[in-house]
Design a protein around this ligand. Structure first.
Ligand SMILES: [Zn+2]
Length: 255
C-alpha cells in the first residue's frame, strides 16, 4: 500500500527534472545546420550554429561571459570545440565576451573591418537613438567592454564551408560600419541588430533602438529576402519571419 504514493512522487520528480533539461546540441550536416538561441542577459541573444562543428555568433556582454559559458554547458557545447567566433558587430552587448571566449576556446574571431577600431577601444561609437525609447535604452546599453583585436576581418564574403556550415558571412554596414550577417544556404540568416524583435511581442519585427546610418542599414533588408532569407535571428528578441519583416519595413521611413 505504501508503494503507490512513492511511485507518484517519483513520477512528479522525474517530470520536473526532465522539464528543466535542454536537449544537447549534436553535430549536424553542413547542409542542414541547427541554430540555438542563447540568452546572455539584458534581453540580448548569442547563437550557436551547429553544422559539422559549432560556430558561435556573438558573445554577449563582457560582464556576463559566465552566463554565456553556462548556456554553452547547458546545450553540451564545449568552448574548445568551437570552429569560429563571428561577431555581427562591435557593440559591447554583442562583442563584450569575445576576448574571454577566444581564450577559452582557441577559436578565431571574425568581425567586420569597419568595427575593428571600436573593438580595440572597448567602447561603442556614439549610439544614435532612433526614438524616445532609444534614448532611454542608451543609458543601459552603452557600457565599456574588454578590448581586443579580432583575428579575421571581413573585407568580402567569407565562406563558412571550411568551418562546417553551408553559408557565408556578408557585410551589411549601417547599424555600425562593420556590421555583418551570417547567411545560411537553408534560408536562415543571423543579422545582429539589422532590426530587432518587439519588446512585448518578440516575434514582431521592429526598427532597432540605434543605427549609425538607418537608411544604409535598412537598405539591406529587401536584398536579403530576395536572395532567399526566410527566417531572421536577431540580437534582441526574434526569430522573425521574413514575410513579417518585409511587411513591417515596406513603408517605414527612417527618422
Ligand atoms: Zn548593436
Amino acid at each position: 500500500m505504501r508503494t503507490r504514493p512513492i511511485r507518484i512522487a517519483w513520477g512528479v520528480f522525474l517530470f520536473l527534472g526532465c522539464a528543466g533539461r535542454v536537449a544537447p546540441l549534436r553535430p549536424r550536416t553542413a547542409a542542414a545546420p541547427e541554430i540555438r538561441q542563447l540568452d546572455v542577459g539584458t534581453g540580448t541573444n548569442a547563437y550557436v550554429v551547429m553544422g559539422t562543428r559549432p560556430i558561435l555568433v556573438d558573445t554577449g556582454w563582457g560582464k556576463s561571459s559566465a552566463k554565456l559559458e553556462h548556456q554553452l554547458a547547458t546545450i553540451g557545447v564545449d568552448p574548445r570545440a568551437l570552429a569560429l567566433i563571428v561577431l555581427t558587430h562591435g557593440h559591447g552587448d554583442h562583442a563584450g565576451g569575445a576576448d574571454r571566449m577566444r581564450a577559452l576556446s582557441g577559436a578565431k574571431i571574425l568581425a567586420g573591418a569597419g568595427d575593428v577600431e571600436m573593438l580595440q577601444a572597448g567602447r561603442n561609437r556614439p549610439l544614435k537613438p532612433m526614438s524616445g525609447i532609444g534614448k532611454l535604452v542608451r543609458g543601459i546599453s552603452d557600457k565599456p567592454f574588454p578590448p581586443f583585436t579580432p583575428d579575421l576581418t571581413l573585407v568580402s564574403d567569407f565562406d563558412l564551408r571550411p568551418y562546417g556550415v553551408d553559408g557565408k558571412v556578408i557585410s551589411i554596414p549601417g547599424h555600425t560600419p562593420g556590421s555583418v550577417a551570417v547567411v545560411l544556404d537553408d534560408g536562415d540568416a543571423l543579422v545582429g541588430d539589422l532590426f530587432r524583435g518587439g519588446i512585448v511581442h518578440s516575434h514582431q519585427p521592429e526598427r532597432h533602438f540605434f543605427h549609425d546610418d538607418c537608411q544604409a542599414d535598412e537598405a539591406h533588408i529587401a536584398p536579403l529576402i530576395a536572395s532567399g532569407a526566410k527566417r531572421f535571428f536577431v540580437g534582441h528578441g526574434g526569430p522573425l519571419d521574413a514575410a513579417a519583416v518585409a511587411r513591417r519595413f515596406a513603408d517605414y521611413p527612417c527618422p
